[in-house]
Design a binder for this molecule. Structure first.
Ligand code: ADP
Ligand code: MG
Length: 555
């Protein structure tokens, strides 16, 4: 039976290939990084299968990448002895763009017309289009692959236009793995030259922990960077390692090379990126911290290692206390994992705090883009809530710069027991609010919240370090009037004569009668100077708005 068949690429894959082909690509060489990253993933999968006992474990040493160049034929061939692909897998993986978000991205990229290199660069890799970058340099790409369990291999071939061919392949010359043969375009002939490919490998693939050979010559040093003394690692190496981990050329923001023996023995490198994919709500970030034990990968992109809200963090963590043969099922809820997760969470939050203290301007810029992760953390992670709260920046009535809640505490007046805050759309808006009037002439500090998440957090939290978080839209009785008076330079105004009691009583009675269900109490107060009246209740005005919105959306 002939088992060869011709198939068409899925529509969005074709679009993507089209963009790849049309672009004037300045950084052609990234396809090597993409293929190395795929090979390395395939090798890790195989290694994991061997360690966890689901695959023959007699060839742990046989995991490697072999590259051959042929200038005369104008070809470049990359082989890895990784897990390989079955016929179905090869069709599924190389015929469609699997990852969500990429379709939308392709659309927006097409709209941006000229397919600018910067944007193109960021999709390649991040959006699971890595393999297709081969068509930047190749006229035809042939993929031959075999899984251990299959009797024969499979051959996939395409010129990157509309369709591809899949066929069963025998006598492929290896027992397990994937071989990719690229017939290079004449203008990309440099990638059939050993020295050129070697240069690119040195740039992108130094951190792959499997031997990479080019025409039989070893190129990488197989050293785990996180095991080295941080004084010996250059900034350039950290940057390249990040590129390798995050598969991006966008530089990271903060970094921590971490080593400790208490309470667990941990070595690792943690990176905080400078941007994230949730920004334009393109896709949900997924954890990208890999878990190792003595340089052996336990789990790539280990979800359980950090809480959800830290999903923007990238890096590697190597914990010697984990048993090497720990299996997928056991690490998930082992108490050791919980402990590790706790230690790491605390350390990462401290790292962010240190960066905030070190250089506030830089931190503020980063915070603008990442605050929603932190606020999610305050809501979800009660254990580290106060630690995260310290990282939030607020506006205030006393400083041009943003403040933290700790800064506020330092600014509080003697005898002041409450933390005052007000919510609104902008600073101007808040300063004109009738609720703010009693504070306007005082120098009692007030936090201004322009973000609903902040208000929900304050309302839910209620106190911070024994100080009651008080929305100044609440009853005047809740506000420390003696503190206000003591810190208001223009105090006379407060004592200005009010209307006589008998003039007001009929009005208050009328109000109560008119709105018996809505009004609980009508009171005369010295809180206002310019505005006639304010309404207060259990909820602030913006909280009422939120509730109304939620109410409406439920109908
Ligand atoms: P990504 O690596 O982001 O998933 P790619 O386009 O680079 O996207 O690769 C698509 C998929 O093809 C991979 O997820 C993997 O399943 C499969 N694949 C690619 N290269 C190999 C390889 N060398 N060995 C095994 N599987 C591979
Ligand atoms: Mg890839």
């Amino acid at each position: 039976i002939s088992q060869s068949e011709k198939k068409e690429f899925k529509a969005e894959t074709r679009k993507l290939l089209d963009i790849v082909a049309r672009s004037i690509y300045t950084d052609k060489e990234v396809f090597i990084r993409e293929l190395m990253s795929n090979s390395s993933d395939a090798l890790e999968k195989q290694r994991y299968a061997e360690i966890s006992g689901s695959a023959k474990s007699n060839d742990l040493g046989g995991l490697h990448i072999d590259i051959t160049t042929n200038e005369k034929e104008r070809t470049l061939t990359i082989f890895d002895s990784g897990i390989g692909m079955s016929r179905k897998e090869i069709t599924d993986n190389l015929g469609t763009i699997a990852k969500s978000g990429s379709q939308e991205f392709v659309k927006s990229l097409q709209n941006s017309q000229k397919g600018d290199t910067q944007t193109l660069e960021s999709i390649i890799g991040q959006f699971g289009v890595g393999f297709y970058s081969t068509f930047i340099v190749a006229d035809t790409v042939e993929v031959i692959s075999k899984r251990d369990s299959n009797d024969s291999g499979v051959r996939w071939i395409s010129d990157g236009s509309g369709d591809y061919e899949v066929a069963t392949a025998t006598n492929i010359g290896f027992e397990r793995g994937t071989k990719i043969v690229m017939k290079l375009k004449p203008e990309s002939r440099e990638f059939s030259k050993e020295s050129e490919v070697e240069k690119v490998l040195k740039k992108y693939s130094l951190f792959i922990t499997y031997p990479i050979k080019i025409n039989g010559k070893l190129v990488n040093n197989l050293q785990a960077i996180w095991y080295r003394d941080k004084r010996d690692v250059t900034e350039d190496e950290y940057e390249r390692f990040y590129e390798h981990l995050a598969n991006t050329k966008i530089p990271y923001k903060f970094k921590l090379h971490y080593s400790t023996d208490v309470p667990l023995s941990i070595k690792g490198i943690i990176y905080i990126p400078s941007t994230h994919n949730e920004k334009m709500s393109m896709q949900h970030e997924t954890s990208n911290v890999s878990l190792y034990c003595r340089k052996v990968l336990i789990k790539d992109k280990c979800q359980e290692l950090l809480p959800q809200y830290l999903r923007f963090v990238k890096g590697v963590i190597d914990c010697e206390d984990l048993p090497l043969n720990i299996s997928r099922e056991t690490y998930q809820d082992s108490s050791l994992m919980l402990k590790l997760r706790n230690v790491l969470t605390r350390r990462i939050l401290k790292m962010i705090e240190d960066e905030m203290k070190r250089d506030l301007k830089t931190y503020e810029k980063w915070f603008q883009d990442f605050q929603h992760f932190l606020k999610e953390g305050i809501m979800m992670d009660t254990e580290h809530q106060e630690q995260i709260l310290k990282l939030i920046r607020y506006h205030s009535n006393y400083s041009q710069d943003t403040i933290s809640i700790e800064d506020y505490l330092k600014q509080m007046k003697p005898k002041q027991q409450k933390i005052y805050y007000i919510t609104g759309a902008t600073k101007e808006h808040v300063l004109q609010s009738p609720y703010y009037e009693p504070f306007a002439n005082s120098d009692v500090p007030v936090i201004m919240l322009f973000n609903q998440a902040d208000e929900i957090i304050f309302a839910q939290k209620q106190t911070y370090k024994d100080k009651i978080l008080t929305n100044i839209e609440s009853s005047f009785d809740d506000i420390e009037q003696d503190v206000l008076r003591a810190h208001s330079p223009q105090q006379e105004e407060t004592d200005a004569p009010a209307l006589p009691e008998e003039d007001i009583t009929p009005f208050t009675l009328w109000l109560k009668n008119e709105f018996p269900l809505k009004v609980q109490k009508v009171a005369i107060s010295k809180r206002l100077h310019n505005s006639p009246a304010v309404i207060y209740g259990q909820m602030s005005s913006s909280m009422r708005m939120i509730m109304q919105m939620m109410d409406q959306s439920q109908r």
